[in-house]
Design a protein around this ligand. Sequence first.
Ligand code: F6R
Length: 256
Amino acid sequence: MVGEGKGALAGEPHAAPAIRTTVVDHAPFLATVVADAAAAWIRQHPGGLVCLAAGDTPLPVYERLVALQAAGRVDLRSVFYVGLDEWVGLGYEDRGSCLQVMTDAFYGPAGIPAERRRVFDGLADPHAECAAVDRWIADHGRIGFTLLGIGLNGHIGFNEPGAPDQDGCVVVDLDDTTKAVSVKYFGTARPVRQGVSVSARALAKADTVLLMASGAKKAPIVARLRAGADPAEVPAARLLGHPGLHLFLDREADAG
Ligand code: F6R
């Protein structure tokens, strides 16, 4: 079942901007619904710039998008891509790097040519990478569509709580929560300290911003976001009020 609404919570302490929200029963169906929305945008915007998150939540979306392409329902090579973020110091050979995850789950299976994508190189100087990715975005006008996940601490990309709110890409000291969660991607504790990311402000310039969350552990942060949290504490709140923001939740993430 799919439920759609403006997503305001009853009993909020103050009026938070309503977010267009779609709630589905289960995470696998969530991926189907989000993939269909992404495919529709791509069909309508040949040559557009798409910014994709890694992380566990959107991975099934990428599998579904590849399947839609195989079925002739979308040409994923008709747009350009920019990677959302990367762990500073990690490259393709490092299990759980964004480059590895996205190459193996999406760019490779979808056959996206290298000249159609620009992802952060975590092994290069992060400030030089910021400048290069900023240029890539500027060369394509701006990000048209982005698919994001929200972290347990409210981050989007590596826009961590308390991180600078700036236009260009950002090099950020990782939050303790993010460092702790990183073990699930790497399979072991790694001494990651910084991330490099498209800034929340650049993401907020996109026409269409899909923000996904699934599972009970995301319910508290989703509830804080919907209640109009302070963006300095919950960076995803920088997207509040964006006319193109669409929150996609499974029932568990909606239950906070
Ligand atoms: C990943 C990223 C992060 C994740 C977020 C949720 O590229 O930018 O913001 O989207 O931490 O991660 P998961 O989906 O693993 O819970």
